[in-house]
Design a protein around this ligand. Structure first.
Ligand code: FE2
Length: 268
């Protein structure tokens, strides 16, 4: 009986993933530009793993740190290579590309100069992470300043920052100052340890999460991402999962929130 239950559950899980296509706005699938995918073979594996997790669009991200960052031209080349791999292997996956920027004071002028952004529509969304020495006050001031300048900061994995772990309400405060908050779905299943897991749960419970992403650095991250998404659906309902992995990411990418899977040109 137990074995029967196991396979029935597996079947239901699979069905659920097929019903809910997802958009992953933060994944390090570009080959050999940062600590993400090591090479083209791994990039291909990561895209295949994402498809198994029902992802239909990946925003391929590259780390950007002050004085320590791949050249924009290098990132563009890696992105072209990623699209070629996708096309050659006929993967039904649409792609975009942006930086994941570690905040530093001059970042605003960088954004103004090259419109480093998430979306083609207006180019105003910027993925932001903070260094470990940044405190709550500085982070809130940073997102507020960026918002005043016309950008929409998307704060990635807040559950991993010390100031949010100490004060989870900091996520809501950044949100109220114009930021979108995007935890990693993998945190809900303990990928970054117990404190990050509890912090991510607290952010979600407080209604301070706007979207979820994988922050995938290796193919197996997508199994934990799918597991984290299932956890969210089970605990907070399917509508919450759809809002976090589909509707809000659709808005960020410039699609209508009611977009269908077919609206995503797989060869974009
Ligand atoms: Fe990242």
């Amino acid at each position: 009986m137990a074995l029967f239950d196991f396979w029935r559950r597996k079947k239901e899980e699979k069905k659920e993933e097929q019903i809910f296509p997802k958009i992953d706005l933060h994944a390090h699938i570009l080959p050999d530009v940062d600590d993400g995918s090591r090479d083209e073979a791994m990039t291909l594996e990561m895209m295949e793993a994402a498809l198994r997790a029902s992802v239909v669009h990946i925003n391929a991200t590259a780390h950007h740190r002050n004085n320590l960052s791949p050249e924009i031209a290098e990132i563009s080349r890696a992105f072209s290579k990623t699209r070629e791999l996708r096309d050659k292997n006929l993967l039904p996956l649409s792609l975009s590309c942006s930086l994941e920027t570690e905040f530093y004071p001059e970042v605003e002028s960088l954004f103004k100069e090259c419109r480093v952004s998430l979306t083609g529509k207006g180019g105003k969304y910027a993925l932001i992470e903070f260094t470990s020495d940044v405190n709550q006050q500085a982070a809130v001031a940073a997102v507020f300043q960026l918002s005043l300048s016309g950008f929409r900061p998307v704060v990635v994995h807040p559950e991993r920052f010390y100031f949010v772990q100490r004060h989870p309400e900091a996520a809501g405060e950044m949100q109220s100052r114009g930021a979108l908050i995007m935890p990693n779905a993998t945190s809900f299943v303990g990928h970054y340890g117990q404190i990050a897991k509890e912090t991510a749960e607290s952010i979600l419970k407080n209604g301070a999460a706007d979207a979820l992403s994988s922050d995938a650095h290796r193919p197996d991250y997508y199994e934990q991402y799918a597991e984290g998404c299932r956890w969210v659906a089970k605990k907070y309902g399917e509508n919450t999962l759809v809002e976090l992995t589909w509707k809000t990411p659709c808005r960020i990418l410039g699609y209508e929130p009611e977009a269908e899977r077919d609206d995503f040109d797989p060869f974009l």
